[in-house]
Design a protein around this ligand. Sequence first.
Ligand code: SAM
Length: 188
Amino acid sequence: MRSDIERWEKKYSTKSELSVQQDADPLLVSHKHLLNGTGLAIDLAAGTCGTSIHLARSGYSVIALDCSLTALKIGQHLAIKSGVFVQGLVIDLDDYLLPKSTFNLITCFRYLNRRLFPMIKWALNPGGRVVYKTFNQNHLEKTPGFAKEYLLRPGELAEAFEGLQITAYDDGVDSQQPYSYIIAQAPK
Ligand SMILES: C[S@@+](CC[C@H](N)C(=O)[O-])C[C@H]1O[C@@H](n2cnc3c(N)ncnc32)[C@H](O)[C@@H]1O
């Protein structure tokens, strides 16, 4: 197994259903009016499926992708307990192709992989939305050892999703804000 994937597996092997954070990200909660729960959603680097379960509860059919089988297993149990179904798939996002024009919603939280940006645009249905939120360079204030290549630069999300209509955006202009995010919609 590749060493980074092995590290994630090891991390999740110390977790249980009771110890993982399952609240929906506040960004999804505050923008729930945009997320109509219709059609197929895919959650990239889903971890223990907190976002996936929230989306399934909102009515989406949800696929959760992650490299960690252990994380997805925890997520599947939590989904069952919540009374929803989430299709978990163990895949390496460094080596995976999303199908064209397939998803009404694509989410990615706390994971930066720049090769996904053009693929997300390609994989959205007309009118489909992307929600991407992860750490930006302000994160270094509190976590100086964090690998810089996994931090968003100012303006990067807007550039990455050029051609989509931006509905909500924060570039981390407030230096106390360690996350940047975008919600954007593909042309109809
Ligand atoms: C910080 S966690 C975020 C999990 C979840 N999105 C959340 O916000 O709670 C990053 C996730 O990325 C996954 N990951 C890291 N590298 C990956 C890869 N190459 N392919 C698929 N998943 C990967 C890890 O297993 C981990 O679950």
